[in-house]
Design a protein around this ligand. Structure first.
Ligand code: ADP
Ligand code: MG
Length: 767
């Protein structure tokens, strides 16, 4: 960026204005230009007052109907009340003064008929909605609107409304921008979108777009400008991803071809010992991966698929091909429970093949390897042994959590990195692990649930994609029922059903949103996610975007007047005293338990010793107990759809039909209830993922999907802008292939660098 837009706002404005803008996070002229209006008010139409919510910070266009000043009854001072209207509804404005004289200025200005913008937080006083001491500006009286032209502009053009913030009303931001825009030259704002791309897409230049965004002559012009800025966001991001793809494609990797037939091969033995036949999808994707592993260029692939579609087997076969070829594979899992489970499954599946070459059966030919488990909470001795096995190459497969990323972990010859249930890991973490190979290891990333195409392009845009769409045949399916929380008959029936499952030799999960009855919802993988997304949503959405709700946020949808969330430790006590479950061993699992206790709880559940498990969402990711057939989810309406889908995927994994009971007190007809209804109607992950996207805020989607990316997307909406993202992706790929290091497109290179710095900063802040 040029000096002009780097200029600090303190130098451009008086101290008070600069400080107020600083509170909005605006430090430079560039920041200010990038502070887009949230929406536009039509100067010919008044705002809809009836729609204002108590507690909302609003900026409205309204007309003064009447104003009165009177002395205060019980104390000294005077009170002014003005009533504004949109023609049908009314809102009071109240101002307090030390004496009548101190309200004189307001009294003179707020005369019946005056029209203006009013801003403040909507309060409630004796049943009437009001703004207390609102900031306001009246049409035609702004002192800096002294020219006829400015006056006309004020009266007929769309009024930009900036994201609300106390201390600086929208029109002050508008005023500041007017000062900046008056002297802005095209050269002041370099354009990362090359001119021929712009031409082909019919987009205005960056400077012109900024002028239209902040000072549109018509709404049409503002929308065009917004479209152009959206395209830019998508384009810069896609160019960065295209560069990343190009860089990977140019890297060297060790080719790990499958062994020729007849040679001792763990993969061949594994395939022969599989208790089931692979689905067509598993075979097809498997072949695709096998071919890429055999190439001297690193594989960079995303494997996405329906819950229970058998991604683990596909990944395992890839790992074994690499081990057969003399390399090692690392499997990175998001939770300790899942890492331990993977290690257990792998050892079980490999059977004698996991004996490390020392205990061959008589009929075995000799191919074998070890599976090492490395997690953060391992004891010193076990940890040392695992580290040694990884470094010596004795362990062909190393399974672990974040602990694998530690610099102490070394591999003899790392050939493949598999990241399971990717959405909890960022690009940085993938890279940290890949850096442990002598040459670039191959990479396979697996998502937890299917994701819509544009999300894949945005969040995993540097990876090629494979999909598993079918689940293995012979699954009996899952019935999902929404259960009203307060209903005694339903509650009794729920536990009777759980008892029936247990008596039939099966297992049941009971999921709660938090651990302790008197604590906040459990954080991280053990509990609800997606807090704080609301704040960003307000600065992001426009009038044409539906009001986003935040389905997974604990504070969502009037949480204040609802019963508290059910907690693991409280529910387990309750279940232990329920007559329906008399004599049934009930286990507990949550993220705050020490790892060995977690392991033990999972093992007791899997074996059937404790066939009912009360847990947090720590079971959400990838846990696989084929005998589990029932799941009861408390406060189900507080979870996001994809999370519910992922949770539900824990049951019905064997041949017995699954049952999922969604317990909630959501009102029929509410958006929360609509989500639960969707869950009862389909088990199609793609359908649910699309619906989920429509219901979630973008920040939530992208934030949950990948750290550090949300910041770059301010206008872009992953669902609605699918077409635009595709176009930007094609255009960006063309530009990058024409000039791989972007020397011909310095403005684009700069924009990517600036974005990476910002992402990096955000990532570091979080870490
Ligand atoms: P996900 O894709 O959700 O990670 P998993 O890999 O955990 O699914 O597989 C789910 C279950 O299905 C596991 O118990 C696995 O052993 C089993 N499975 C995988 N592939 C097949 C198949 N082709 N036929 C039958 N069962 C299979
Ligand atoms: Mg899995």
């Amino acid at each position: 960026m040029t000096e002009r837009v780097d200029e600090r706002l303190e130098r451009a404005f008086d101290k008070r204005t600069a400080t107020a803008l600083g509170k909005l996070g605006l430090a430079t002229v560039g920041d200010l230009l990038g502070h887009y209006p949230r929406r536009y008010a039509d100067p010919g139409a008044l705002s809809d007052i009836a729609a204002l919510q108590v507690g909302e910070h609003v900026t409205i266009l309204a007309r003064v109907e009447q104003a009165t000043v009177r002395p205060m009854r019980n104390r000294n001072g005077a009170l002014m009340e003005a009533v504004v209207t949109d023609g049908s509804s009314r809102l009071s404005l109240t101002f307090f003064g030390k004496h009548r004289g101190s309200l004189y200025n307001h009294e003179k200005r707020l005369v019946p008929g005056a029209k203006g913008l009013f801003t403040g937080t909507v309060g409630l006083y004796r049943g009437t909605r009001q703004l207390t001491h609102p900031d306001f500006t009246l049409m035609g009286e702004e002192s800096d609107l002294d020219s006829d032209e400015a006056l006309l502009e004020h009266a007929t053009k769309p009024i930009p409304i900036y994201p609300a913030a106390a201390g600086i009303p929208s029109w002050k931001v508008q005023g500041a921008l007017r000062v900046v825009l008056d002297t802005l030259a095209d050269d002041d704002v370099p354009d990362p979108v090359p001119s021929d791309v712009r031409q082909r897409q019919g987009l205005p230049g960056r400077a012109a777009a900024l002028r239209s965004l902040h000072r549109p002559a018509t709404l049409q012009e503002a929308y065009q400008a917004r479209h152009r800025m959206r395209f830019e966001e998508a384009f810069v991001l896609q160019a960065a991803l295209a560069q990343r793809r190009a860089r990977t494609a140019a890297e060297d990797a060790t080719a790990r071809p499958p062994l020729p037939e007849g040679k001792p091969s763990i993969l061949a033995d594994f395939d022969a010992s599989l208790p089931f036949t692979l689905t067509d999808g598993q075979r097809q994707v498997g072949d695709e991966i096998a071919a890429e592993l055999a190439s001297p260029r690193p594989m960079h692939r995303l494997l996405q698929g329906e819950v229970g579609s058998g991604k683990t087997v596909v990944a395992l076969r890839a790992m074994l091909q690499v081990v057969d070829a003399g390399g090692q594979a690392a499997l990175l899992a998001p939770t300790e429970v899942l890492a331990a489970q993977h290690a257990r499954t792998l050892r079980a599946l490999l059977g004698p093949m996991a004996d490390g070459g020392t205990l061959f059966g008589a009929e075995r030919t000799g191919a074998s390897t070890r599976v090492a488990l490395l997690t953060g909470s391992l004891g010193a001795k076990a940890r040392k042994e695992a580290l040694l096995q990884a470094a010596s190459g004795e362990a062909g497969i190393v399974v672990g959590t974040h602990a694998l990323l530690s610099e102490h972990v070394q591999f003899a010859d790392l050939g493949l990195v598999v990241v399971d249930e990717q959405h909890r890991f960022g690009v940085e973490q993938r890279d940290a692990l890949r850096a442990k190979g002598r040459v670039s290891p191959h990479l396979l990333v697996m998502t937890a649930t299917p994701i819509p195409r544009t999300v894949a392009m945005t969040v995993f845009g540097d990876l090629e994609t494979s999909s598993l769409t079918e689940v293995p045949a012979g699954r009996a399916g899952i019935t999902t029922v929404a259960v009203p929380a307060g209903n005694v008959r339903w509650t009794d029936r729920t536990w009777a059903r759980v008892r029936e499952e247990v008596d039939a030799g099966r297992r049941a999960y009971v999921v709660c949103a938090r651990i302790h009855p008197d604590e906040e919802p459990a954080a991280g993988p053990g509990g609800l996610k997606g807090t704080g997304a609301k704040g960003t949503a307000t600065t992001r959405d426009f009038d044409d975007v539906p009001e986003f709700l935040d389905p997974s946020g604990p504070g969502a949808e009037g949480a204040a007047d609802r019963p508290p969330l059910r907690a693991v430790l409280e529910v387990v006590e309750e279940l232990r005293s329920r007559p329906e479950l008399a004599g049934v061993e009930i286990g507990v699992l949550h993220g705050q338990m020490p790892p060995d206790q977690k392991d033990a709880a999972m093992a007791r559940f899997a074996s059937g010793e404790a066939p009912v498990l009360v847990s947090t969402t720590v079971v959400e990711v990838g846990v696989d107990v084929p005998e589990a057939t029932a799941m009861v989810i408390f406060d189900a309406d507080r979870f996001g759809i994809s999370q519910l889908h992922q949770l539900r995927g824990r049951v019905g994994r064997g041949t017995d039909p699954g049952l999922c009971l969604l317990v909630s007190d959501a009102e029929p007809g509410s958006p929360a209830y609509a989500r639960l209804e969707a869950m009862t109607q389909t088990t199609d992950g793609f359908k649910l993922a699309n619906l989920d996207l429509e219901l979630r805020s973008e920040g939530d989607v992208l934030g949950a999907a990948q750290s550090g990316r949300a910041s770059s997307l301010r206008l872009l909406r992953v669902v609605k802008d699918a077409g635009l993202i595709e176009e930007a992706r094609t255009a960006a790929a063309d530009v990058v292939s024409a000039s791989p290091d972007l020397t011909e497109f310095p403005e684009l290179a700069n924009a990517i660098r600036a974005q990476l710095d910002e992402d990096q900063e955000e990532f570091l802040e979080r870490a």
